[in-house]
Write a protein that binds this ligand. Structure first.
Ligand code: HEC
Ligand code: HEC
Length: 349
């Protein structure tokens, strides 16, 4: 017993010595770069509305993860439950990793090189990384697509999950325990202080507010932290160019177009992964798209990128559109330039 107490004591001393030794390093013990942003905000008096309720039977991180990544969850004895959607999994349209270099800006031109470097897809939905740090959902123009349905999702992450499961994923409604599971999994993807672009000066300000700040300093620290990430994902709908022959009148860069083709279009269309409409690296695919770019048909990339396609009875898989924040006009011209180049012989025939 004595021995155990002693070893606990000495372990404790070693840990505390370690901490003292590290005192030179930044903010150990008070404000750590690995700390979750939410936990720091809580210390500053700011509550987060997205906490999961794990007291519901069956609600676990593991179940949430398998619904999001594979489309089904497991019962306690390990058997698979009915798939949420026959057509998609959540990651057909959403990343689970960080996708923006600066979390305070939603800019597709900055996002593309960032996802290219990490070999992540370039998608219509916003990443689930940091989603629990958001407080508003289906923002901006999404009411134009889903009408009144977005009202209850605007301040409620559970309703947002449910709407997407049914309307985006074209699947069955989720049970409460499945929603709580997804939420619990989302919490494993929350932002850490090191994800934010905070200067040493910023850290000192926050640390001072935490240690001895009054209400005002704490409010300021909250504002400072929140200025470093978006707590909502902005969405602006735009139309295809009026004149599809002329397009967006920007000179396209084929090397960027290739990245878009591979990280966006092929993510869903290669081997008919999420779509019956198959695209690949054959001359046939490129000539087909090249031919349809200037046309006013449902095969024109201008049209499907900006308007998407609609789910139809008997063919529920549809293509979600790209908002201005998800694909820029320049990027569409980059894609067109690449498709055109490949159609004229750049591709293997
Ligand atoms: C077919 C594509 C698609 C699938 C599949 C899909 N989503 Fe979405 N989801 C979207 C799009 C597009 C949005 C629009 C808003 C955004 O993410 O920026 C969205 C929005 C959301 C939002 C609100 C995000 C915000 O910040 O406004 C949540 C939450 C969400 N989806 C959860 C899910 C979950 C959970 C699944 C799987 C059960 C899923 N989605 C499957 C395309 C999809
Ligand atoms: C999130 C998945 C996803 C992404 C990303 C995606 N698509 Fe689609 N796309 C679909 C689905 C699903 C359909 C519905 C058609 C079907 O399944 O038959 C579709 C339909 C289309 C159609 C119309 C086909 C028809 O039969 O009407 C075209 C053209 C198209 N996509 C081109 C593209 C291009 C170009 C890109 C890249 C910029 C792209 N898609 C990115 C999922 C996607």
């Amino acid at each position: 017993m004595k021995y155990i107490t002693l070893s606990i004591l000495s372990a404790f001393t070693i840990i505390s010595l370690g901490l003292i030794g590290k005192k030179e390093a930044k903010y150990v013990g008070v404000l750590d770069e690995n700390q979750s942003v939410v936990s720091v905000l809580e210390l500053l008096g700011e509550q987060n509305p997205n906490k999961p309720n794990l007291s519901i039977p069956g609600a676990t991180v593991e179940n949430g993860k398998s619904i999001v990544l594979e489309g089904f969850s497991h019962t306690v004895n390990g058997s698979r439950l009915r798939k949420q959607s026959k057509h998609f999994v959540c990651t057909s349209c959403h990343n689970i990793k960080r996708e923006d270099p600066d979390l305070a800006i939603a800019d597709p031109d900055a996002r593309l090189p960032y996802v290219v470097e990490r070999n992540l897809p370039f998608l219509q939905g916003t990443t689930f990384a940091g989603i629990v740090n958001r407080t508003k959902f289906y923002n901006g123009d999404y009411y134009k697509k889903y009408g009144d349905l977005v009202n209850k999702t605007r301040n409620n992450i559970r309703e947002a999950i449910q709407l997407c499961a049914v309307a985006c994923s074209q699947g069955r409604e989720l049970d409460d325990w499945e929603i709580e599971s997804i939420l619990a999994y989302f919490w494993t993807l929350e932002w850490k202080m090191s994800d934010l672009d905070l200067s040493d000066e910023d850290y000192r300000t926050i640390k001072a507010a935490l240690e001895m700040g009054g209400q005002q300093e704490k409010r300021q620290a909250v504002t400072l932290i929140k200025s470093k990430y978006l707590d909502y994902s902005p969405a602006t709908f735009i139309a295809p160019p009026d004149n599809r022959r002329e397009g967006n009148k920007l000179k396209g860069e084929p090397s960027r177009g290739k990245q878009i083709y591979e990280l966006s279009c092929l993510h869903c269309h290669e081997d008919g992964r999420y779509s019956f409409f198959v695209l690949d690296n054959s001359g046939y695919s490129f000539r087909f798209l090249d031919k349809h770019f200037p046309r006013y048909t449902r095969y024109s990339p201008y049209q499907v990128i900006r308007w998407g396609t609609s789910p139809a009875t008997g063919k529920k898989a549809y293509m979600p559109h790209y908002t201005k924040e998800k694909m820029s006009r320049q990027q569409i011209e980059d894609l067109r330039a690449y498709v055109h180049e490949m159609a004229r012989g750049g591709a293997e025939q």
